[in-house]
Design a binder for this molecule. Structure first.
Ligand SMILES: *Cc1c(COP(=O)(O)O)cnc(C)c1O
Length: 395
């Protein structure tokens, strides 16, 4: 008899991954997430993190974490609706609302959690969710948890979005249009002013997941809505506290009504313990830093422009990114993975991204430049791109 505990059905699936050449082990980082790291035992320039502003190991944030732990302990001890809603959670939300120039903010334990909890809480049977086809996995999963009907529009295609709205508007009570603010694989910005105009024309609500816009776009990193000056016209703006802010968590910015409702029906708030003080302290410190200076976002954009220009001058195709996300498009899947491996062997870590995460034949290494990189590190990375690109005859 087969032993059920052998999990043979999973072993078979794992073997399939190996046959397809997509099996991998998790890379191991020794030490903090910095611009140069020891990864799998090798010293490399890190061009793969979402730590846009270098906050993940910032001394002021670390100090804020220590102070919060000393006063509040290591855990919140309960969900927010029982006794896990500390005064620092409320203070953090007020500060974030001020930063985002919105009425109110509700914080969740992660960006993923935020989408999983919010989309289902603000839609129901009889509603329609219209989602950009390239939206993030957590939006797709979040929409699956909703009892509303779902449909997609072609990426950033306003004619298609309007077609869908025109055809479906009268069949539904509420319509929620969902888009990423910045698309993580290509670095392009959603055409938000046009989306908002269409939404208002067809009486639909808008929901922007600004995980890659937060801390990057807008005044001192206030995000895509601020970048376009659309305050008060996007109903739900999601931000993450895990990328540019450098810690962990996610939030919705919008109206007081939104916050009030989510405090009753945002399931991750009701059934999962709130953020620990060690996260809340540094999140607030990060926001205070951003409100006091544009130094970090300025350096991020300066580094991004510097790197993009040099990579582009080497003859690489860097796509249509409008943000620090810099895809270097190689094309064929196995060639992309080989390219990434050769970069690593030469001291630069950029993970390869291939089908099914991006369309077939558009394999790429996605470079994430941060404020923490020195020009010398970026120069070194560019040299490696030149060497490997010439060796592999891709430039
Ligand atoms: C990273 C990301 C998330 C998840 O955020 P976490 O805080 O890491 O859970 C959600 N949406 C988008 C668009 C993202 O890029």
């Amino acid at each position: 008899m087969e032993n059920i505990h052998e999990l043979n059905f999973l072993k078979e699936k794992i073997q399939e991954l190996k046959n397809d050449g997509v099996y991998r082990k998790l890379p191991i980082l020794e030490g903090a997430n910095e611009s140069e790291v020891i990864l799998n035992g090798k010293k490399v320039v890190n061009l793969s993190s979402n730590n846009y502003l270098g906050f993940a190991n910032h001394p002021r944030l670390k100090q804020a974490a220590i102070e919060a732990v000393q006063k509040y302990g290591v855990g919140a001890g309960a969900v927010r609706t029982i006794i896990g809603n500390m005064d620092i959670h409320e203070d953090m939300e007020k500060l974030l609302a001020e930063f985002k120039r919105e009425e109110a903010v509700m914080v969740f334990q992660s960006g993923f959690n935020c989408n999983a909890g919010t989309i289902q809480a603000v839609t129901e049977k009889g509603d329609l969710i219209i989602s950009d086809e390239l939206n993030h996995a957590s939006i797709i999963d979040g929409a699956r948890l909703s009892r509303a009907d779902k449909t997609v529009f072609k990426h950033a295609d306003m004619n298609h979005l309007e077609e869908v709205l025109k055809e479906k508007r009268d069949n539904y009570r509420n319509i929620l249009i969902i888009t990423d603010g910045v698309f993580s694989m290509d670095g392009d910005i959603a055409p938000l002013p046009d989306i908002v105009k269409l939404a208002e024309k067809y009486r639909a609500m808008t929901y922007v997941d600004d995980a890659h816009g937060s801390g990057v776009l807008g005044e001192s990193g206030r995000g895509t809505v601020d970048h376009f000056g659309l305050h008060g016209r996007v109903d739900f703006t999601i931000g993450t506290l895990s990328k540019a802010i450098g810690v962990i968590g996610g939030y919705v910015a919008g109206s007081e009504t939104m916050r009030d409702w989510l405090s009753h029906r945002g399931r991750p708030l009701l059934f999962s313990t709130s953020l620990p003080p060690a996260a809340v302290g540094p999140i607030m410190e990060a926001v205070r830093l951003l409100m006091s200076t544009t130094e970090y976002t300025d350096r991020l954009w300066d580094n991004a422009k510097y790197f993009k220009e040099k990579i582009s001058n080497l003859g690489y195709n860097i796509g249509k990114s409008q943000t620090p996300i810099t895809p270097v498009i190689i094309g064929e899947e196995s060639k992309t993975m080989e390219f990434s491996k050769k970069l690593f062997d030469n001291g630069v870590f950029v993970s390869g991204i291939v089908f099914p995460t991006v369309p077939k034949g558009t394999g790429r290494v996605r470079c994430m430049v941060t404020a923490a990189h020195s020009k010398e590190q970026l120069d070194r990375a560019v040299e490696v791109f030149k060497k490997v690109g010439e060796e592999m005859k891709v430039i």
